[in-house]
Design a protein around this ligand. Structure first.
Ligand SMILES: [Mg+2]
Length: 537
């Protein structure tokens, strides 16, 4: 490629900055324009001083990247070229220090900020409005982040506007680097930046990205050999429905940013006060799990499962509780989803298994023949490639047999990756571990799963069982699922049975097992042994 360029003197004398890189992003050619732009610091055989994304999709969407040599941001655009059978990429580079001079009314400048090359406010509002009113906004989350530098005016006043402008360019580059190409960044005015984050799964994701940006902006700067330090404050809001208006969202994010300034700067706040509390609570939960495990704040309770035919205790389900020192009445329904999203459910899950399997040896003698201990396993956990290996290790340590274990899973596992899920479950079933499908009826409830998965029990969600004695429609649903499950050789567990007439009804509808407050609440180890002893007499 280098030779081809030389032979034809292509690009060589062009004032446009052009470099050619190979498939490893190593420079194989750089013309004079590129040498001028990058202060003669382009070395053949080395990486370019401008960051080039490794991911192909991002690499080819021309974008704005920080230039690690001068700090000045640079736009680049990549084109793939095959020369002599080899893959090369032609990179066109363009600086963004353009000042409008009256003769340069390029269409580009009408839509972009001349200092940073970012889309301008008009572009930003158009894009935000489009996102808010699109279908995608209903399925995923769109958030707006307002960023304002802390103490920028002092830098401008003491070191001059030129230095201030350079700092803003580097700041823009750092923010841009933390975003995906699908996100939009704009400079509103002065030291204010606005971001649209799209396609988020949870509000927590917007908080995570914002925190990352604030951390990156707080790193030291070196501009024209001057060391600078600056932090930023941010405000967040999100699109609540399709009627949301772009200007209103920007105002909300702005108000939240002021709250962040008031809260001491170098931090972020949500516009929504309740949301702030929620996010802070989630952060507290995430930050205290390990301590909770170390300080034995977790304990298990066991809920007996009663065989409706024989009236015997034919199993127990282990449930985790957390006595949190700072949050009163913290429920598993709140902390489990938070720990699932951060992956911290995994160490907790092993702790639960280890505890339940150790306790099991003292509980088993009181239960009916063939009884098992049920443990809930999160989809995040069971989908891990080392799940079976780790489970076997815990089984070995606690000396429990596969025929004593039942794992409760939810159908979300199938939604993630059906093939791998079935393969994992098959392996577990082959070892003799039973699988129960939990919360059936609350989610997608695809009946086909019942035939595809090697499950032994279907646990009907409590929402079907509540008032089932009078609720005709639920009776019909339960009757249908039960008869189909029986045909497939599966047992039906009715959850949340609280009254005698509900118990009579589920028995009439041919459910096999019941679980619920009527017979037994979830009990700690000692009360459970007491309960079982009494029942055994
Ligand atoms: Mg369960």
């Amino acid at each position: 490629m280098h030779q081809t360029c030389e032979r034809y003197e292509i690009f060589d004398n062009s004032r446009i900055a052009i470099v050619i890189v190979d498939s490893d992003r190593i420079v194989t050619f750089a013309n004079q324009g590129a040498q001028d732009l990058l202060a003669n610091k382009v070395d053949i055989g080395r990486q370019l001083g401008v960051h080039l994304p490794n991911d192909d999709k991002q690499f080819f969407s021309s974008s704005f990247q920080p230039n690690e040599i001068s700090g000045q941001p640079i736009y680049y655009c990549a084109i793939a070229v095959v020369d002599n059978g080899e893959q090369h990429f032609l990179i066109y580079l363009h600086p963004f220090n353009m000042k409008l001079s009256g003769t340069e009314h390029l269409p580009f400048l009408a839509q972009h900020d001349p200092l940073t090359g970012l889309p301008n406010r008009n572009q930003f509002i158009k894009r935000l409005q489009r996102h808010c009113s699109s279908d995608a906004c209903e399925k995923t989350l769109t958030a707006v982040v307002f960023i304002d530098l802390d103490g920028f005016k002092a830098i401008n006043d003491s070191l001059g506007h030129e230095m201030g402008d350079k700092l803003l360019q580097v700041v823009a580059g750092r923010i841009r680097n933390q975003l995906r190409n699908s996100d939009t960044l704009t400079r509103l005015s002065g030291d204010e930046f606005l971001i649209i984050l799209t396609g988020l799964e949870a509000r927590q994701d917007a908080a995570t990205v914002t925190q990352r940006i604030l951390d990156d902006l707080a790193r030291p700067y070196k501009i024209d050999s001057t060391d600078l330090y600056i932090t930023a404050s941010a405000g967040l809001t999100y699109c609540q429905d399709r009627t949301a208006r772009a200007e209103i969202m920007i105002q909300q994010a702005d108000i939240a940013m002021f709250e962040a300034k008031r809260a001491g700067r170098n931090t972020f706040q949500w516009f929504d006060k309740a949301l702030n509390d929620e996010v802070n609570r989630a952060l507290l939960i995430r930050n205290t799990v390990q301590k909770g495990l170390d300080k034995q704040q977790f304990h298990l309770v066991y809920q007996p499962q009663i065989c409706l035919e024989a009236e015997t205790v034919c199993g127990i389900e282990a449930l985790v509780r957390w006595r949190h020192p700072d949050i009163d009445g913290l429920s598993p329904a709140e902390f489990i989803p938070i720990l699932e999203s951060s992956g911290q459910i995994i160490p907790l899950s092993y702790w639960i298994m280890r505890q339940a399997f150790s306790d099991w040896h003292k509980i088993k003698p009181y239960l009916a023949e063939g009884a098992r201990v049920s443990v809930n396993v999160s989809t995040v956990h069971i989908s891990r490639s080392d799940f079976i290996e780790q489970l076997e290790r815990v089984m070995l340590e606690t000396n429990i047999k596969p025929s004593d274990i039942k794992l409760e899973i939810t159908e979300s596992m199938m939604l993630r990756n059906a093939q791998t899920a079935v393969a994992t479950l098959d392996k577990l079933a082959d070892k003799g571990i039973a699988i129960a499908l939990d919360d059936f009826g609350t989610g997608f409830s695809n009946l086909r799963y019942l035939t595809q998965m090697p499950i032994s029990d279907v646990k009907l969600d409590r929402s079907f069982i509540r008032d089932i004695d009078t609720h005709k429609a639920n009776q019909a649903i339960v009757r249908g699922i039960t008869s189909m499950s029986h045909e497939l050789g599966l047992k039906i567990v009715a959850e949340g049975v609280e009254t005698l007439s509900e118990k009579a009804e589920v028995k009439k509808l041919q459910a096999d097992i019941m679980q619920g407050y009527l017979e037994a609440t979830p009990l700690r180890f000692e009360p459970l042994i007491e309960f079982l002893t009494k029942r055994h007499q």
